[in-house]
Design a protein around this ligand. Structure first.
Ligand SMILES: [Zn+2]
Length: 463
């Protein structure tokens, strides 16, 4: 009798229940508690996965990619365990398994689908048999947690060494694509063919500009975005590996469409970075053997989640809420919003709570210049959040007219300022810990505006 296992599950389930009751998401604590009562609990519960467990890691796009993958598995009527909403540490993953299982710990599932924080990959591989590991990309993110990006890459590479895990890798990322040579593992590559959105000379932050083998500076024929693109090393033979899942015919407007090999894919998402997330999910799904039609259906019906470009209508104005958390993500959002010629206000909330990353120096790696170069379309830049002053200084150094930089530290005041005035559109950019509050404020404003417009309509009709 594994009495400790049952006790751990029971305690974990109760902890989930009570933290929800208390209004917390309850993602890490239940897992931590259960692991203290019965340390091998995750290994035990993961043993109930009948087919295979796949994990998704990398700097950007883990959540979107794994959510899309979940849709594909669901579309095929398989059961699965999936850690949602960024609970991607080992304790959060344990919580997800506790939540999914029954009290005896014996409920079986077809698949395990896990989004894993980069630093937690080695731990997880020690506890769970993993069939495939997908790496989306490696960008500079949350410097204070990992120190150097190289360190992150090395611990993952060491963790997969001497395993038989299959790797699904981004062929366009020079920091990802060298895993094959150094691990000897079976690798599958996804990447984009030339697109009309490619850039040759851009000042965006580029982490992977040096060859990982010989250190020589890489030569890029084209950039898709950030360091993702077509590269080669003039000193050694290092270049993009051949793609197993090759995307071509990319169209980003009004929504994303492209072909993966011969499979047409459409999605209501926007932005090149999301095209990569979709390509990653499609590649993994094809590697796992899911039928093409189910992949197409799942991707086309999957809609953007809160914070990843959510749309609100307030007094006839379009207001878009976007989560930003690192230079690459911010640059990509700035490129997208400056491509719109509509007159706009741009709001940015910068917090430095633990979940945002305490070190905000990343805003100096981001290209606020993108915004400054198109400031004729921007009425006001509203700087908000705990570090509102820092973002204002950064914008000023980028060349943004100081007369049109407004500092409103309180989110409520800042958002109100962004939505009022003669602009057609407002963009609300926010780091992680301000996102929920921003969203609540926008929802409330939207509801209020709708109610007022209904009332005036009613008065007109009855008057
Ligand atoms: Zn080289």
């Amino acid at each position: 009798m594994k009495i400790r296992l049952y006790l751990a599950i029971l305690a974990g389930k109760m902890a989930i229940f009570f933290s929800r009751l208390a209004g917390n998401q309850g993602t890490n604590f239940p897992g931590r508690l259960a692991r203290r009562i019965y340390p091998p609990i995750l290994t035990e519960l993961a043993g109930n996965i009948l087919r295979e467990t796949v994990i998704i890691t990398g700097t950007n796009g883990k959540t979107t990619t794994s959510n899309m993958m979940a849709e594909i598995i669901k579309e095929n009527n398989f059961s699965y365990v999936h850690n949602r909403a960024g609970a991607n540490m080992i304790t959060g993953i344990t919580t997800a398994f506790i939540q999914a299982t029954n009290l005896s710990g014996k409920r079986e599932f077809d698949y395990g689908l896990l989004e894993v924080d980069e630093a937690n990959v080695p731990l997880l591989l020690q506890e769970i048999p993993v069939k495939a590991l997908l790496i989306t990309n490696f960008f500079r993110d949350q410097l204070d947690r990992f120190g150097e990006l190289d360190n992150t890459i090395n611990i993952i590479k060491e963790a997969v060494q001497d395993t038989d895990i299959e790797l699904i890798l981004n062929a366009d990322d020079p920091l990802v694509s060298h895993f094959q040579n150094q691990t000897g593992l079976n690798c599958w590559y996804f990447g984009f063919d030339d697109t009309v959105y490619d850039d040759i000379a851009s000042a965006e932050s580029r982490e992977g500009r040096h060859c990982v083998f010989c250190g020589h500076e890489l030569v890029y024929e084209r950039f898709h975005y950030a360091q993702l693109g077509k590269y080669s090393c003039p000193q050694c033979q290092n270049q993009n590996p051949a793609r197993d899942f090759s995307a071509h015919g990319l169209n980003l407007s009004p929504a994303i469409s492209f072909q993966v090999n011969n499979l047409p894919i459409q999605s209501p998402y926007q932005g090149f970075y999301n095209a990569y997330n979709i390509l990653a999910a499609v590649s993994l799904a094809k590697r796992m053997g899911f039928p093409d039609e189910t992949i197409q259906t799942a991707i086309s019906s999957y809609h953007p989640q809160a914070g990843r470009m959510e749309k609100f209508i307030i007094n006839g104005k379009t207001v878009l809420l976007i989560l930003v958390k690192n230079p690459t993500g911010l640059n990509q959002s700035l490129v997208a919003l400056t491509q719109e010629t509509a007159n706009k206000n741009v709001f940015m909330a910068l917090n430095d709570n633990a979940a945002d990353g305490r070190d905000i120096s990343w805003i100096w790696d981001a290209d606020l210049e993108i915004l400054a170069n198109r400031q004729e379309d921007i009425n006001y830049l509203i700087c908000s959040g705990l570090r509102s002053g820092d973002i204002a200084v950064r914008a000023k150094y980028a060349g943004f007219d100081p007369a049109r930089i407004v500092i409103k530290t309180r989110l409520q005041e800042g958002i109100a300022r962004a939505v009022e005035g003669s602009n057609d559109t407002a963009y609300i950019l926010s780091t992680y810990t301000a996102l929920f509050t921003c969203r609540q404020i926008l929802l409330k404003m939207q509801t209020k505006a709708k109610r007022q417009s209904n009332q005036s309509q009613y008065q007109r009709q009855s008057g």
